[in-house]
Design a protein around this ligand. Structure first.
Ligand code: NAP
Ligand code: ZN
Ligand code: ZN
Length: 346
C-alpha cells in the first residue's frame, strides 16, 4: 500500500480538505502513475454534493488525470516507466459483456468501474485524481502525445472525449451545421473539436460574455439564449446540437432548432428528469440522444487527433487549496474554461 496526499470531500455539504489515502499495491497488470495535473469537471461537483445520489465519504474526485508512469507490474506491456500518460473517467469494466467485447467499455452492461465513487474489484471505493498518485490497470491508461502541453492535456481525458465522441459519431464535418449549448469546460472543447472537424459551429450561451472567445475557438456565430429572437432566427437550422449544460433546459425550444433528421445529443447531466413534447420530435423526424464519455480506443484517437491538429483546452492552473473557490467559480460559470490542479501543491 502506498499512502498518498489528496483532497477529499468529507460530506455533501462541507468544503474539500486535505486527506491521506491508500493506493493498492501495483499488481501484475497495473501501472503506478505520479499525477502531475488533475482537471476539475462539473461532474466532480455533482458527485461530491450528492446530486446524482448518495455516495460514501470521504471521497476524492477528479477524472481528468495526467502524469508520469513511475512503476509497472510484471505483465505490463503497453506502458513503461517515464511515459506521459492519462486516465479519464473509467479504470475498469467487466470486459465480457457484449458492449465491452465491442470495444465500448464506457457502455459496459455491468457498469464500468468509474475513476471515483465506484466499487473497485477489491470492494473498496475508487478514489480520484485530486491526489499525487494512482494505480490503474494498464488497459485503462492512455498515452498522452508529447506535443500536447502537460497541464492542458488533463481536461481532454473527460471534457475532450465526452464532446469528441458524439461529434465523431454524428459526423460533424464539412457542410454540417453544429450548435454547442453552454460554453464551459465541455462546451469550449466541443467548439474547438467541431470546428477542426470542418463543421460550421454556432454557440448558444446565456449571455454574450464569451462571444469573442467562441469566435477565437472556431465558432462562426455566438448567440444569447436569453433572447427569443435567437430561437426564431435559428429554427430548423442544425444537423447536430450538443447540449453541455449542467442544469435542466427547456428541451423543446432547442429541439425545434434541428433540421430534417437532425439530432440533439445531451452530454450535460442534470439530475432531474427533463420533459419534452414528442410532437417536437415528429417535426423534421428529429432525434434526442445521450452520450457518455468515450471508449478507451476512442479516447486515444481523440488525444492523437488533438495532437495532430494542435487542439488544447484553455486552462487556469490552481493550487490544491483553491479547489473550493474553484467549485464556486464553476457554479457561477466564471471559469475560462477549465480549472486544473497542480498536484505538486497537494
Ligand atoms: P461547466 O464548465 O460548468 O459548463 C457548463 C456550462 O453550461 C456553463 O459554462 C454555462 O454556459 C452553461 N450553464 C450552466 N448553468 C446553466 C443554466 N442554469 N442554464 C443554462 N446554461 C447553464 O460544466 P462542464 O464541466 O462542462 O460539465 C457540463 C455538464 O456535463 C455537467 O452536468 C457534467 O456533469 C456533464 N458531463 C457529462 C459527461 C458525459 O459523459 N455525458 C461527461 C462529463 C461531464 P454559458 O455560460 O455559456 O451559458
Ligand atoms: Zn468529467
Ligand atoms: Zn462489460
Amino acid at each position: 500500500m502506498l499512502k498518498v496526499n489528496a483532497y477529499a470531500a468529507p460530506s455533501a455539504t462541507e468544503p474539500l480538505e486535505p486527506i491521506t489515502i491508500e493506493r493498492r499495491d501495483v499488481g501484475p497488470t497495473d501501472v503506478l502513475i505520479a499525477i502531475r495535473y488533475a482537471g476539475v469537471c462539473h461532474s466532480d461537483i455533482h458527485t461530491v454534493r450528492g446530486e446524482w445520489g448518495p455516495i460514501t465519504y470521504p471521497q476524492v474526485v477528479g477524472h481528468e488525470i495526467v502524469g508520469e508512469v513511475v512503476e509497472v507490474g510484471a505483465e505490463v506491456t503497453k506502458h513503461a516507466v517515464g511515459d506521459r500518460v492519462g486516465v479519464g473517467c473509467m479504470v475498469d469494466s467487466c470486459r465480457e459483456c457484449e458492449n465491452c467485447k465491442a470495444g465500448m467499455e464506457n457502455y459496459c452492461l455491468k457498469g464500468n468501474t468509474q475513476t471515483y465513487a465506484s466499487v473497485d474489484r477489491d470492494g473498496t471505493i475508487t478514489q480520484g485524481g485530486y491526489s499525487t498518485h494512482v494505480v490503474v490497470d494498464e488497459d485503462f491508461v492512455l498515452r498522452v502525445p508529447e506535443s500536447i502541453p502537460y497541464e492542458a492535456a488533463a481536461p481532454l481525458l473527460c471534457a475532450g472525449i465526452t464532446t469528441y465522441s458524439p461529434l465523431a459519431r454524428w459526423n460533424a464535418g464539412p457542410g454540417k451545421q453544429v450548435a454547442v449549448v453552454g460554453m464551459g469546460g465541455l462546451g469550449h472543447m466541443a467548439v474547438k473539436i467541431a470546428a477542426t472537424m470542418g463543421a460550421e459551429v454556432t454557440v448558444l450561451s446565456r449571455t454574450l460574455a464569451k462571444r469573442e472567445d467562441a469566435l477565437a475557438f472556431g465558432a462562426t456565430a455566438h448567440l444569447s439564449t436569453a433572447d427569443d429572437a435567437t430561437f426564431e432566427a435559428l429554427a430548423d437550422r442544425f444537423d447536430l446540437i450538443v447540449n453541455t449544460v449542467s442544469a435542466p433546459l427547456e428541451l423543446d425550444r432547442y429541439l425545434s432548432l434541428l433540421r430534417l433528421d437532425g439530432t440533439m445529443v445531451n452530454v450535460g447531466a442534470p439530475p432531474q428528469p427533463l420533459p419534452l413534447h414528442v410532437f417536437t420530435l415528429f417535426n423534421n423526424r428529429r432525434s434526442f440522444a445521450g452520450s457518455s464519455i468515450g471508449s478507451i480506443a476512442e479516447t486515444q484517437e481523440m488525444l492523437d487527433f488533438c495532437a495532430e491538429h494542435g487542439i488544447a483546452p484553455e486552462v487556469e492552473l490552481i493550487s490544491a487549496d483553491k479547489i473550493n473557490d474553484a467549485y464556486e467559480r464553476v457554479l457561477s460559470s466564471d471559469v475560462r474554461y477549465r480549472f486544473v490542479i497542480d498536484t505538486a501543491t497537494l
